[in-house]
Design a protein around this ligand. Structure first.
Ligand code: PMT
Length: 409
């Protein structure tokens, strides 16, 4: 914690009264602390207390005070650049909604946008239990988690309303422990830092006519989890995705495509420069030989659609890649498909393949969990247990981190 620059964002909930104590704990550990206080937050805790314990002026508005001699219009940017971590505690339903929507009307919400992408953001929602469980709050929390924020759920206990239930902000000591852990895991320098990682994600759509297409059930969750994990390790990430309903993780260049041909064209432009190419997309193997712009009529009793093979994107990269570049594929197969995955590793000239066991309820398409077996070119195999897609992405990147230095010697 010593020497770390921490922004503490405080919004308007009763739990804000605990925040001077949290700031004191940080200062005692040797951290530099700057506080971003919302208008609501200032109703529960005084600016003077926070300025005193942090030893810094408190940040409120993005505009300088009425003193026209103060021309510092860019402190929202410099504060975001300064921080090693951002802790938002308490985070009210209103603040969560603003952060999820990307609104920037005060220092807290603006710093959230200007923070450097690989810096941890820890969000501690605290509110009435029913508010916390409301679909709107849960949707916003999910959006922020998908962007890579660490969401620490509130604790159960006595609430300001007098009722007992979920909604209490954890004590300052617990917030500190969570922050220390997040800083520790992100401060171990990764070999991925500064590397260009290109990831394909989601399904492709192959047009039959103006209103119909051939596709599959890929949700993009696995590819997006990889993108989040890679950016957290300091990589420059380009995510080429088919049509999915997922928020773009912070700090990522996202390219939206529809068909395999479009995904191929987008991917090819990175073949020369990328360090690592990860194919998590479920690319349609075939597309209709002919497609129509309008809606086809259903006059005929039978219809035959001739399909032709799509380009194999990762195999194309495998053919062209230089020694320093790493190609990582996925292979979704049933339980007995390990041999098929190994064959794909050879045929597509990959360095690593994730054999993805398909189980409708727990692994593969759409679900939030996955079961992967990682197979390296030299046959080294790691069988991973059932994990969340975020954790599975972390394990896959751990394996890539081990392989990359050998390639880039
Ligand atoms: O998106 P989710 O719902 O989270 O689901 C994740 C996933 C199941 C889609 C993902 O984990 C996965 O397994 N993706 C690969 C799906 C698959 O079986 O691909 P494949 O066996 O057809 O292809 C093998 C490899 O070649 C893959 O890396 C694929 O991206 C790539 N490929 C395939 C065909 C093609 N034309 N171009 C390619 O690049």
């Amino acid at each position: 914690m010593k020497g770390k620059n921490i922004i503490v964002g405080i919004s308007g909930g009763i739990a804000a009264y605990k925040t001077p104590q949290f700031v004191r704990l940080l200062k005692k550990r040797g951290a530099n602390v700057r506080v971003a206080l919302t208008e609501g937050g200032s109703r529960f805790v005084s600016e003077l207390s926070l300025a005193t314990v942090s030893g810094e002026p408190v940040y409120r508005s993005i505009f300088p005070a009425t003193d026209t001699r103060n021309t510092d219009f860019t402190s929202h940017i410099s504060l975001g650049e300064w921080a090693d971590a951002f802790v938002i505690a308490p985070a009210t339903a209103h603040t969560l909604a603003k952060l999820a929507a990307g609104l920037c009307d005060d220092m807290l919400s603006t710093c959230f946008i200007t923070l450097r992408p690989n810096k941890p953001v820890l969000i501690f929602p605290a509110m009435d239990g029913q508010m916390f469980l409301s679909p709107s709050v849960q949707r916003n929390i999910k959006t922020l988690a998908d962007q890579g924020c660490h969401i620490i759920n509130p604790e159960s206990g006595e609430l300001a309303s007098g009722q007992c239930g979920l909604g209490r902000m954890p004590e300052p000591e617990s917030i500190l422990t969570a922050l220390e852990y997040a800083l520790q895991t992100t401060s171990q320098r990764s070999v991925l830092e500064g590397k260009l990682v290109v990831i394909t994600a989601g399904p492709t759509r192959e047009k039959i006519d103006g209103v119909r297409f051939i596709s599959n059930y890929s949700s993009g969750k696995m590819g997006f989890a990889l993108a989040r994990a890679a950016v957290q390790r300091g990589a420059n990430v380009t995510l080429i995705t088919g049509p999915v309903h997922l928020a773009t993780p912070a700090g990522i260049e996202r390219i939206d495509v529809e068909s395999a041909a479009e995904m191929h064209a987008a991917a090819r432009s990175f073949f020369v420069d990328c360090d690592i190419f990860i194919g998590a997309a479920a690319v349609a193997d075939y597309r209709p030989a002919l497609s129509f712009d309008g809606k086809m009529k259903k006059d005929a009793e039978e219809m035959t659609i001739t399909l032709i093979k799509n380009p194999d994107i990762i195999a194309d990269f495998g053919k062209q890649k230089k020694h320093r570049q790493l190609a990582v594929g996925f292979a979704l197969e049933t339980e007995s498909g390990l041999g098929f995955a190994q064959q794909k590793l050879i045929d597509k000239n990959l360095d690593l393949i994730a054999f993805n066991i398909f189980n409708r309820k727990t692994s593969g398409f759409e679900v939030d969990t996955n079961v992967l077996t990682l197979i390296a070119r030299d046959g080294f195999t790691i069988e991973l247990p059932l994990l969340t897609k975020d954790d599975a992405a972390g394990k896959l990147l751990d394996a890539i981190e081990k392989l990359l230095p050998q390639k880039q010697l």
